[in-house]
Design a protein around this ligand. Structure first.
Ligand SMILES: *[C@@H]1O[C@H](CO)[C@@H](O)[C@H](O)[C@H]1NC(C)=O
Ligand SMILES: *[C@@H]1O[C@H](CO)[C@@H](O)[C@H](O)[C@H]1NC(C)=O
Ligand SMILES: *[C@@H]1O[C@H](CO)[C@@H](O)[C@H](O)[C@H]1NC(C)=O
Length: 360
C-alpha cells in the first residue's frame, strides 16, 4: 500500500493534469457503482412484501398440467355451487370447495352462481378468492338470477309470494330450491360450498348421500337432467311446503321423496329404480355430531383409513365456522386443505404468518 501511494504521488507530480482527470474518473465510477448496487440491493430486499404481484400470478397457484388442460369438454356435466345470500366475499372454505372441485373435475365446467353479483356488471369484485379461482380455466363465476332459474317450474309461482323473504330460514330454503331446479333443468353435480372434494364425482350418477341414520342430505346431488326423482322433489317442495321448520324443504324433503320412491320405511345404503343412496362414508365421512373431529390431529394411517371410501368431505360449516383452525397442523381439516386445495391453503398460510408477524 505505501509503495502504491508513493508511486501515485510521483505520477501525480509528473503528469499533473492527466492524473487529476484519472482520479476524478475513478471517483465517479466508484460512486456510480456504490449507488447502483445500493438501489439494486434495496429493491431486492423490498420485493417479498409486494404480496399482490405474487398473488395475481396464476402459475404460482395452478400447476402447469392443469392450466394446459384448456378448459372443460361439453360432454361432461357441470358442477354447480350456489350462494343465495348477497355475500360476495368468499371464505377460505368456499374457495377451497371450488378449488378442490375444479382440480378433481378438469373436464367439467365448475359454475359458481352468486346472488350478490350484479347482472349488468361483468367484472367481479376485488377479492383474493375471485383472483385465485379465475386461474382455473374450468371455473365460471356468474350472477344468480332466481326468476330466470325458477321460470318454467312450479317454483316460479312459489318465489313470487311477496312475504317469502320474511320467513326464518329464507336463505337455506332458497338454496334448497335452487339445487333441485338446477338438477332438474341441467343435470350434473350440485355441491354445498362447505365440501372439500377428494375425487372425481362423475361416476356417481342419480345419487345422493346418507348423512346418518335414516336421513338423506342434499349438500351433494348428482342427477341426469329431467330426472323423474327431481321432478317429484320439485312437486313435494311446493305441495308440502313449510318454510318455518328447519330442514323441512331440505334433508327431510329428500328423505320423504326417497322413501316414497322406493316404498320403504327406513333409508339404508341402496339403489332403487335407478336412484342411489350412498353410504355415509362417500360424502359425509365425519357425522355432523362429530364435527369437532375436523379440528383434531390425525396421523397418516388414520387419515387414509377414514377417507378410504370417501369422494368428498362435508365440513358442516354451520357448526364449524366459529372454530379457529391451526395451520400448519396435523388437524384433519388442515390436512384436507393442504392436499386438496393447495392454492387456498397457501393463501391461508400467508395470511396467518402476516397476522402473527403483526402481533409480535
Ligand atoms: C363493476 O364492479 C366492479 C367490482 O365490484 C366495480 O369496481 C365497478 O365500479 C363496477 N362498475 C359499475 C359500472 O358499476
Ligand atoms: C368410472 O367408471 C368407469 C367405468 O365403470 C371406470 O373405468 C373409472 O375408473 C371410474 N372412475 C372413477 C374416478 O371412479
Ligand atoms: C395413529 O394413531 C392411531 C390412533 O391414535 C394409533 O393407534 C396408531 O398407532 C398411530 N399410527 C402411527 C403410525 O403413528
Amino acid at each position: 500500500m505505501p509503495s502504491f501511494l508513493l508511486k501515485l504521488t510521483r505520477v501525480v507530480l509528473s503528469h499533473k493534469l492527466w492524473a487529476v482527470f484519472f482520479l476524478i474518473f475513478v471517483f465517479i465510477s466508484f460512486t456510480y457503482h456504490k449507488l447502483y448496487w445500493g438501489i439494486w440491493e434495496d429493491s431486492e430486499n423490498r420485493f417479498p412484501t409486494h404480496g399482490l404481484s405474487a398473488e395475481s400470478s396464476c402459475a404460482h397457484y395452478v400447476p402447469s398440467p392443469l392450466s394446459t388442460v384448456g378448459g372443460p369438454s361439453p360432454s361432461a356435466g357441470n358442477v354447480f355451487f350456489v350462494e343465495t345470500s348477497q355475500q360476495t366475499a368468499p371464505s377460505y372454505l368456499f374457495s377451497c370447495s371450488v378449488e378442490s372441485a375444479a382440480r378433481t373435475h378438469p373436464a367439467s365446467r365448475v359454475v359458481v352462481l352468486m346472488r350478490g353479483l350484479d347482472k349488468k356488471n361483468t367484472s367481479l369484485p376485488k377479492h383474493w378468492a375471485f383472483s385465485l379461482l379465475s386461474c382455473f380455466p374450468n371455473v365460471e363465476i356468474r350472477p344468480l338470477d332466481l326468476t330466470e332459474l325458477f321460470s318454467g317450474t312450479p317454483l316460479a309461482q312459489w318465489y313470487l309470494q311477496p312475504q317469502r323473504h320474511l320467513e326464518p330460514h329464507f336463505f337455506p330454503v332458497l338454496s334448497d330450491a335452487c339445487r333441485i331446479v338446477l338438477m332438474w333443468k341441467f343435470g350434473g353435480i350440485y355441491l354445498d360450498t362447505d365440501f372439500i372434494v377428494l375425487k372425481n364425482l362423475q361416476n356417481l350418477t342419480n345419487a345422493l348421500g346418507i348423512q346418518d341414520h335414516d336421513v338423506l342430505n342434499g349438500a351433494f346431488l348428482s342427477f341426469k337432467p329431467k330426472h323423474k326423482f327431481m321432478e317429484l322433489c320439485i312437486q313435494d317442495f311446493v305441495e308440502d311446503y313449510n318454510g318455518w321448520i328447519w330442514g323441512h324443504q331440505g334433508p327431510e324433503l329428500l328423505s320423504r321423496v326417497f322413501k316414497k320412491w322406493c316404498s320403504i320405511r327406513t333409508i339404508r345404503s341402496m339403489s332403487c329404480q335407478g336412484v342411489n343412496a350412498l353410504p355415509p362414508e362417500a360424502v359425509y365421512p365425519v357425522p355432523w355430531q362429530d364435527w369437532k373431529k375436523l379440528f383434531e390431529a390425525v396421523n397418516a394411517s388414520e387419515f387414509h383409513k377414514l377417507l378410504k371410501n370417501t369422494y368428498a368431505v362435508h365440513i358442516w360449516n354451520k357448526l364449524s365456522h366459529g372454530t379457529k383452525l391451526e395451520i400448519p397442523s396435523q388437524a384433519l381439516l388442515a390436512q384436507l386443505y393442504s392436499q386438496f386445495c393447495p392454492a387456498t391453503y397457501a393463501k391461508m398460510k400467508q395470511d396467518s404468518e402476516q397476522l402473527s408477524r403483526r402481533a409480535v
